[in-house]
Design a protein around this ligand. Structure first.
Ligand code: HEC
Ligand code: HEC
Ligand code: HEC
Ligand code: HEC
Ligand code: HEC
Ligand code: HEC
Length: 159
């Protein structure tokens, strides 16, 4: 197959994943869009929604009518592809690791446990809505829910 087709991925996919320009390692004969590849061979494991996402959503980008591809050195940081709605509240050394609180299916709080914050929720607080303590404020022009409220003693919130 590689004798008949130009390698459109030249310089984009490392030789390691495309030895001898063997297109058949990923492509079948049906169409170029159906691809099989074990992504676990890269440093970025596909989990949850990512497993059901088309390769091109991450590896191809259309800008001004032209298609650009990126495979090797594609940034693996969550925030390089996803909008960080929390500003820099959860930043550690300049990086926000979304996995600390989120899974890979949807942006709910599946990996989050309030007991691991600086304020354990107990007693009556367990029945208080999140937004009674965590209000939205405008940060850099965007409405942002403030989680790091810094109010840790009873008197900070109660008379
Ligand atoms: C390591 C896996 C891999 C190998 C090997 C590979 N490709 Fe691809 N190729 C892809 C992926 C991923 C896409 C994007 C598929 C999608 O989601 O539409 C793609 C898409 C394409 C497309 C469609 C481009 C477009 O703009 O829609 C062509 C044409 C193509 N490959 C040709 C080749 C040829 C020719 C070879 C062999 C020289 C080759 N590929 C080898 C992964 C591979
Ligand atoms: C959710 C985003 C995402 C999806 C979907 C995805 N990838 Fe990737 N892929 C990445 C990231 C991020 C890297 C960079 C990992 C690294 O540098 O080791 C990568 C790396 C690769 C590489 C290694 C490139 C190289 O030369 O180092 C190949 C090949 C690849 N992906 C093929 C595919 C194929 C084929 C599919 C579809 C079956 C796919 N990817 C779907 C995000 C994705
Ligand atoms: C290279 C780009 C890329 C990287 C890096 C990436 N994602 Fe994604 N992610 C995607 C794409 C594309 C989708 C599918 C979006 C869609 O279909 O709307 C997706 C979907 C998701 C979804 C499902 C909800 C939604 O928005 O559709 C979650 C949750 C998610 N990603 C979490 C993460 C986390 C956590 C990280 C970091 C560990 C991460 N992603 C890194 C590209 C990426
Ligand atoms: C310290 C925990 C924490 C971290 C880290 C975190 N989030 Fe969240 N995020 C939350 C909580 C809590 C919610 C509210 C969701 C809920 O209550 O179900 C949320 C909600 C969201 C929502 C939905 C917002 C809406 O308006 O519906 C998105 C999107 C989101 N987060 C993206 C991200 C991304 C992207 C990252 C990484 C760059 C990230 N989050 C990191 C805790 C976190
Ligand atoms: C009674 C008040 C109260 C309620 C109710 C409450 N929280 Fe908190 N929360 C706090 C306080 C206090 C902190 C610690 C703030 C700090 O560290 O500055 C905190 C911290 C957090 C953080 C920051 C985590 C981190 O790693 O720094 C997140 C995310 C969070 N809460 C989410 C929630 C969610 C989701 C709910 C609803 C299920 C909720 N909180 C309900 C008071 C509350
Ligand atoms: C970050 C703000 C915050 C902090 C800190 C906080 N609370 Fe609360 N607390 C609330 C909110 C909001 C409610 C629900 C609304 C209300 O009853 O005022 C509540 C409700 C309560 C209730 C139930 C009151 C009722 O009338 O139902 C008690 C009891 C309580 N808190 C005790 C405490 C104690 C004791 C501390 C210190 C250990 C504390 N709270 C720290 C925000 C806070």
């Amino acid at each position: 197959m590689y004798q008949c087709h130009d390698n459109i991925h030249e310089g984009f996919i490392s030789e390691k994943y495309m030895p001898e320009n063997n297109c058949a390692l990923c492509h079948g004969n049906e169409n170029w869009g159906s691809v099989t590849f074990d992504h676990n061979n890269t440093t970025f494991q596909l989990i949850g929604k990512h497993l059901r996402t088309e390769c091109r959503s991450c590896h191809f980008e259309i800008r001004e009518g032209k298609t650009y591809q990126q495979f090797s050195n594609l940034d693996t940081k969550c925030a390089s592809c996803h909008d960080n709605v929390h500003g820099n509240q959860f930043e550690e050394s300049g990086i926000t690791d979304c996995k600390r609180c989120h899974g890979f299916e949807r942006w709910d709080r599946s990996n989050f446990n309030h007991d691991n914050t600086r304020f354990k929720l107990e007693g009556a607080h367990l029945n208080v809505n999140c937004n009674e303590c965590h209000k939205a404020e405008v940060v850099d022009g965007k409405s942002t829910i403030i989680y790091k409220i810094g109010k840790l003693t009873c008197a900070d919130c109660h008379q």
